[in-house]
Design a protein around this ligand. Structure first.
Ligand SMILES: [Zn+2]
Ligand SMILES: [Zn+2]
Length: 265
């Protein structure tokens, strides 16, 4: 059986788990070790099953608890060279045997799965998304995207389940008085975050080419609501003739709580 869920998803912290009969991998660890362990308990996944920690990029909402988790569980961390350089201070002391360097575009293997990291347009050193190939199944994680590039589209097309960013509503962001202009420009830029509308268009493209489950994630707490994110993608999918709930499932990942557990028998 294959299980996928997010434990946390958003600017305050990200972590997702992919569990198979041969063990689990954790993608990103952007909350404290304690919070990650509590969330794992909530979804009844044993920390002992986690065999590796995969990092997308060095921003603190993705690496906060990475070092602690690696040390507590005695598991390796996989990240690109650029990400390693950017997260050294946050991760702290990790033995050489637990430092694995990966390259975008070059697949690697863990028990029961092939993992293909792919470059994403985001303002970090060398950020990646991940595509997982399991016997007969495929899952992809694509968040922290300035835009849905052709390269990202090609990397995730055909995955049956995609965790896709739906970060903000551009109008809410532009009108938010608490956000300085520089931050707004960063989020709206080509290396920032995917808006609800862009996420919806991406979802429609993916569903047209076979994706059956869309999980919207990395929502902004201030410039979005789960209802708005859901409505944007629901509209785009309905417009292209897909029946949400029948042809395709659509959920929004919780910012601070585990998402719906996708299980594939
Ligand atoms: Zn992020
Ligand atoms: Zn980021």
């Amino acid at each position: 059986m294959i299980t996928f869920c997010t434990l946390f998803s958003g600017s305050s912290g990200n972590a997702s788990v992919l569990l198979t009969d041969e063990g689990a991998v954790l993608v990103d660890c952007g909350m404290s070790g304690k919070q990650i362990f509590q969330a794992l308990e909530a979804v009844r996944i044993s920390p002992a099953d986690i065999k590796a920690l995969l990092i997308t990029h060095e921003h603190s909402d993705h690496v906060k608890g990475a070092g602690i988790l690696s040390r507590k569980l005695d598991i390796p961390i996989y990240a690109t060279e650029g990400t390693w350089a950017g997260m050294e201070a946050a991760v702290g002391s990790v033995p050489g045997s637990h430092r694995v360097m990966i390259t975008p575009g070059e697949s690697f293997f863990l028990p029961g799965m092939e993992i293909a990291p792919f470059s994403i347009p985001h303002d970090a050193n060398e950020p990646v998304g991940y595509r997982f190939y399991l016997p007969g199944h495929s899952v992809a994680i694509a968040t922290d995207l300035g835009y849905f590039s052709d390269a990202v589209r090609d990397a995730v097309t055909g995955a049956e389940l995609v965790l896709l960013e739906s970060n903000h509503d551009p109008d809410m962001l532009k009108e938010n008085p608490r956000y300085p202009q520089r931050l707004k420009s960063r989020i709206l830029g080509r290396k920032g975050h995917l808006s609800n509308q862009m996420g919806a268009e991406a979802a429609a493209q993916l569903v047209r080419t076979g994706t059956q489950h869309i999980l919207l994630g990395h929502l902004s707490p201030e410039n979005n609501t789960p209802e708005m994110a859901y409505a944007s993608t629901h509209f785009a999918l309905t417009q292209m003739g897909a029946r949400v709930g029948r042809d395709v499932s659509l959920f929004v990942a919780g910012r601070l709580n585990p998402s719906y557990l996708y299980t594939i028998p």
